[in-house]
Design a binder for this molecule. Structure first.
Ligand code: NAP
Length: 330
């Protein structure tokens, strides 16, 4: 892979796509040529990036006939399902933000702070995990390595930006007193909706099953027992998560705090006496995973509670995807 690749941003006009552009610019990602793609609706739209104006082209079967090294897809599952294999067959490495390929055994699912080594076995498609999973595994990896994780109970409080521009509009409209809604089955303003993505036959939502299955795949451990309840809350940016853990080995709380202080991508915010703990509004716009409310779960042996917050569009999507692209050109 060239150190200065030709890049394509598929879904460039969306919330994740436009944040990828911001992150590429902030991190000064090197590239030779840049292509922007979206649906027919946005074809012809102009995007200015680093002082140069580009025209968005419609994603078509022949879009990857030109020399493209890396394509970052954020255009929905069905688009990735169809176009990622076409791109890969033409020698493009796809970094895919949708859920389409995450559990495919031939596709590595990567969080660069956790399993960067998995980049070595990609076959043209690399998946970016679900936003709520990414922030969780950044916090869980150092614990799993040191103490072993037996069981996890995830309870999430997820921002409306996780549903793209539609979710943001539902909350804005609701706060303005307009209770029409499009992104969710209920108004989101003033509500907590325990329903993210569709319900599956076992009573869990797909979002809950993503957290369960993706966490095992990224940590490379099928033996961890995991359950999850995922909830949409009236917050614009950043997902907050209560993570309850049962560890294999005993631990000292001070050692756990120290572990997080040096773990890649983690920031400890844990001074309850001063009202210091991670907050969604403070995490918004940042790339780190914030960890606080670190305390013992007295109800079981080796039990631990955490409160973990991160910007779902940045670390949960765009930043993680750009970090994967950085691994590719290393
Ligand atoms: P969004 O704001 O609705 O943007 C969707 C983007 O996809 C737009 O650029 C749209 O282009 C493009 N698109 C739609 N259909 C297309 C097609 N048939 N061909 C080509 N482009 C098409 O959604 P988003 O929140 O950015 O999410 C995008 C993807 O990232 C989804 O797969 C989502 O699951 C995933 N993701 C989102 C988050 C999150 O927190 N929001 C986190 C992780 C992953 P037009 O302008 O032409 O419509």
């Amino acid at each position: 892979m060239s150190k200065k690749p030709n890049l394509a941003i598929v879904g460039a006009t969306g919330l994740v796509g436009s944040t990828i552009l911001k992150v590429l610019e902030e991190r000064d990602f090197p590239f030779e040529n840049l292509y922007f793609m979206a649906s027919a609706k946005s074809a012809g739209t102009e995007i200015t990036f680093k002082g140069k104006t580009y025209t968005v082209e419609e994603l078509k079967e022949d879009s990857f006939d030109k020399p493209i090294d890396i394509a970052m897809f954020s255009a929905g599952g069905s688009t990735s399902q169809k176009f990622a294999p076409i791109a890969a067959s033409k020698g493009v490495v796809v970094v895919d933000n949708s859920s389409a390929w995450r559990m495919d055994p031939d596709v590595p699912l990567i969080v660069p702070e956790v399993n960067p080594e998995d980049i070595s076995w990609h076959k043209g498609i690399i998946a970016n995990p679900n936003c709520s999973t990414i922030q969780a595994v950044v916090a869980l990896k150092p614990l799993h390595d040191k103490y072993g994780i037996k069981r996890i109970i995830f309870s999430t409080y997820q921002a409306v930006s996780g549903s793209g521009l539609k979710g943001i509009n539902d909350l804005k409209n609701g706060l303005a007193g307009n209770d029409t809604f499009e992104a969710y089955p209920h108004p989101i303003a003033g509500n907590c909706i325990p329903h993210i993505d569709t319900f599956t036959e076992n009573g869990y939502t797909k979002e809950e099953m993503k957290m369960i299955n993706e966490t095992k795949k990224i940590l490379g451990d099928d033996n961890i027992r995991i359950t999850a309840t995922t909830v949409r809350v009236p917050v614009f940016s950043s997902h907050s998560e209560s993570i309850n853990l049962e560890l294999e080995k005993s631990f000292e709380l001070e050692d756990v705090r120290e572990l997080f202080k040096t773990a890649p991508g983690c920031v400890v915010m844990d001074e309850p006496a001063n009202n210091v703990y991670p907050l969604a509004r403070e995490a918004a716009g940042k790339d780190e995973v914030f960890i606080g409310r670190i305390r013992r779960d007295f109800s079981i042996e080796n039990g631990l509670n955490l409160w973990v917050v991160a910007d779902n569009i940045r670390k949960g999507a765009a930043t993680n995807a750009v970090q994967i692209a950085e691994l590719l050109i290393k």
